[in-house]
Design a protein around this ligand. Structure first.
Ligand SMILES: [Zn+2]
Ligand SMILES: [Zn+2]
Length: 369
């Protein structure tokens, strides 16, 4: 197989529009997989780089919620083959002590393999006119017709599910749903509060419903989002711009407080309220991210009585186990994640980014012809 070309969305300047360019795609190296994209989501982590790329991070092809069909595999690849339908998730090394413990979301090389943009050896599989373009963002750089990814990013999926919509299962949806189903694992009938109901928070609401929580309280400052949360399964809503959220949740739960909470925004007031609304014992999973540093003040005396605050990355999910689990729930009609998605043609990526930025859509997915 010779080197191929494809159209990719390249970020060349901070805050700039993406340019659709013809890029050269390397052949898959050892452990790598060439995937022809059929769909790819837009996640807030992508928007963060567009707004503020790190030193040396341009030009880059972003995108890390891809799905598509395997077109070629490199040496040593054994778990996927040409023709497989795959959803792509985050990258991990598979060799470090943490990966060997079955916790790839905490891989010792997580930052290098996901958040930099180059391969760990510093090279890139993408170039334009011989000039390298960073093409290993989250080990996939999937805002591109072809992606060089890694075997460990790939989750093989069936042909009975809408392949073009599956990419977000590998990041944004996994983050919200995994915080509920993996980290908190609420008992049937239990109470849970979800702070900030964008795409991650709504995925948490869907998961709370799939877990048969009895009381699902959505908290946000936007009434339209709260209405959406109610449509998707929230039993109660709280507008935290109008009332004290922790106090409102205590009242909704008959003076007890919620057994579980999920913070999906990372703002100090939200995290604090997500802890203060808990009964004892109670657990708050924090998945929101506002960059570093981001200090919060919490009441240690309140925590002492058996409340837990835990940070969660990628929904504590091992993608090859959790994506199939979400798809099984979807098949049973218990996890309608596709209700969160608005599709756009890939060529309309700048319009889609604008709509996501302005909150016009919950989760945008770009589809390829
Ligand atoms: Zn590792
Ligand atoms: Zn993401």
């Amino acid at each position: 197989m010779t080197t191929q070309t494809t159209t990719a969305a390249v970020l060349r300047e901070q805050g700039g529009a993406l340019s659709l360019e013809t890029v050269d795609v390397a052949r898959p190296g050892k452990g790598e997989v060439l995937v022809r994209m059929v769909g790819v989501g837009i996640c807030h982590t992508d928007l963060g780089v567009i707004a503020a790329p790190a030193e040396g991070q341009l030009p880059i092809v972003l995108g890390h919620e891809g799905s598509g069909i395997v077109e070629a595999v490199g040496d040593g690849v054994s778990t996927v083959k040409v023709g497989d339908r795959v959803a792509l998730s985050y990258a991990s090394c598979g060799r470090c002590d943490i990966c060997e413990r079955g916790l790839p979301m905490h891989c010792r090389e997580f930052i290098g393999r996901n958040l930099v943009g180059a391969r760990v050896d510093g090279t890139s599989p993408l170039s334009v006119d011989g000039e390298p373009v960073l093409g290993a963002w989250f080990g996939q750089s999937s805002w591109s017709g072809l992606s060089i990814t890694n075997e460990r990013n790939c989750v093989v999926v069936g042909d009975d599910v809408p392949l073009e919509l599956l990419g977000p299962l590998g990041c944004g949806i996994q983050t919200g749903a995994g915080a509920v189903l993996n980290t908190l694992a609420p008992e049937q009938g239990s109470s849970i509060a979800v702070f900030a109901v964008g795409s991650v928070g709504l995925a948490a609401v869907l998961a709370a419903q799939a877990a048969d929580c009895g009381t699902i309280i959505a908290v946000d400052i936007d009434d339209a989002r709260l209405e959406r949360a109610r449509e998707l399964g929230a039993t109660h809503t709280v507008n935290s711009a109008q009332v004290d959220a922790a106090q409102a949740i205590v009242e909704i739960t008959d003076g007890l407080g919620a057994q579980y909470s999920v913070d999906c925004i990372g703002l100090p007031d939200a995290v604090r309220a997500a802890i203060e609304c808990l009964q004892t014992p109670g657990v708050c999973a924090s998945v929101g991210f506002q960059g570093l540093p981001n200090e919060i003040a919490i009441d240690q005396g309140h925590l002492l009585f058996g409340r837990t605050l835990i940070g969660v990355i990628e929904g504590d999910a091992v993608p090859q186990e959790f994506v199939p689990r979400m798809l099984d729930l979807y098949r049973q009609g218990r996890f309608p994640f596709d209700d969160l998605i608005t599709p756009y043609p890939f060529t309309s990526i700048n319009e889609a980014l604008d709509d996501v930025h302005h909150g016009k859509v919950t989760k945008a997915v770009l589809t390829f012809e």
